[in-house]
Design a binder for this molecule. Structure first.
Ligand code: AHG
Ligand code: MN
Ligand code: MN
Length: 340
């Protein structure tokens, strides 16, 4: 693999090919999926950047499977990804936060050996107030026989992912992905329409700066969650306080903590005993990324990537970021010494 520095001009397509060459047996199908995701990301960012100008603000009036009001940009992002991915011949099924069940590959299109699961627009409540939003994706290999994907192919534990990533539509648009060979960041240059390598081999700082949590739910947390938050805030034990940063877009909060060091927490609470975030297309992909960057992710007692899914849209509590902070969550919530 060519060693790139941040000054070398490398497009995401070239980087994907160079990574693929590390595997002589690679067929190029996974690379093709990543190309198509980058294309969809360019189409979505183009719309997001003009959201205030084009008539796509405001709600559609419809609700998604989560019973949440769907913003028009959610619908656009969902349809853009499906249309970009459904005819490439590399996927045998898809699943989206915006769709109740399996998204089949249309009749007449060839099926491939991978499944794509995605949150087309994360942080959608922030669209109209110009706070960064994102897209999150996860790729797993088909495990059932036959050509078409089945629910069993989608309900695999996160450790079976072959690729994962996110796009953040922030002050710049960035795509971060992993195929298990490190986490790599690319910044979109709209003047040439390319994602260029800007953050090779991202490593999350062990010296954390940020705590991201919505403490409006404090009254609904159980005692050990309250104790954990006091520790993060330097009010219990001998820790210094972390700076609280929470924008309400998981991708934006996660990305800032990935680069700056810190921990994002969405604990269970009395109203949401499994938390709010979805396992398959929010927690799993970000857990894959953060572990590749030297961090960790758990639900309070179990490593996120070891959770066995039972439902497509199931939720999970999430503690994700710098390793020591996640281990502190594990110790405090599960009452066990963190693994070395
Ligand atoms: P989505 O827009 O895909 O439904 O995700 C919203 C999620 C996540 O982005 C964010 O971290 C969380 O909702 C914020 O939830 P609260 O408003 O309850 O803090
Ligand atoms: Mn989301
Ligand atoms: Mn969403």
């Amino acid at each position: 693999m060519v060693q790139h520095t941040a000054t070398s001009v490398v497009t995401i397509e070239r980087y994907i090919i160079e990574q693929e060459r590390l595997y002589p047996e690679a067929t190029g199908e996974l690379s093709g999926i990543l190309y198509d995701i980058a294309l969809a990301a360019k189409m979505i960012t183009n719309k997001v950047r003009r959201a205030g100008l084009v008539d796509i603000l405001g709600a559609t009036g419809g609700d998604n499977v989560q019973g949440e009001e769907v913003q028009k940009l959610d619908v656009f992002a969902n349809e853009t990804i499906i249309k970009a991915m459904d005819h490439g011949g590399r996927l045998c099924a898809m699943a989206s936060e915006e769709e109740p069940g399996i998204i089949p590959i249309p009749e007449g299109f060839r099926c491939g050996k991978y499944c794509l699961l995605f949150d087309p627009l994360d942080g959608s409540s922030n669209i109209d107030v110009n706070v960064p939003v994102g897209t999150i994706f996860s790729v797993v290999r088909k495990i059932t026989r036959g050509t078409r994907g089945e629910m069993e192919d989608l309900l695999q534990p996160g450790r079976r992912q072959v690729a994962a990533g996110y796009i953040i539509y922030g002050s710049s648009t960035m795509l971060v992905y992993t195929t298990g060979q490190g986490a790599h960041g690319f910044t979109y240059d709209p003047s040439i329409g390319e994602f260029l390598l800007s953050h090779p081999d991202i490593k999350i700082p062990n010296n954390p700066r940020y705590l991201s949590v919505n403490d409006a739910y404090e009254g609904q947390w159980d005692e050990n969650v309250k104790s954990l938050m006091r520790k993060y805030r330097g009010l219990e034990g001998d820790r210094r306080a972390l700076n609280v940063r929470y924008v309400g877009s998981l991708v934006a909060d996660f990305h800032r903590n990935l680069l700056g060091g810190g921990v994002f927490c969405y604990p269970a609470n009395k109203k949401r005993p499994n938390g709010k975030l979805r396992l398959l297309y929010e927690a799993n992909p970000l857990a894959f990324i953060v572990e590749q960057a030297g961090g960790a992710a758990c639900d309070g007692t179990t490593r996120i990537l070891d959770l066995q899914p039972t439902e497509l849209h199931q939720r999970t509590p999430l503690f994700i970021g710098s390793r020591a902070e996640v281990e502190l969550a594990h110790e405090t919530l599960a009452g066990v010494a963190a693994t070395a």
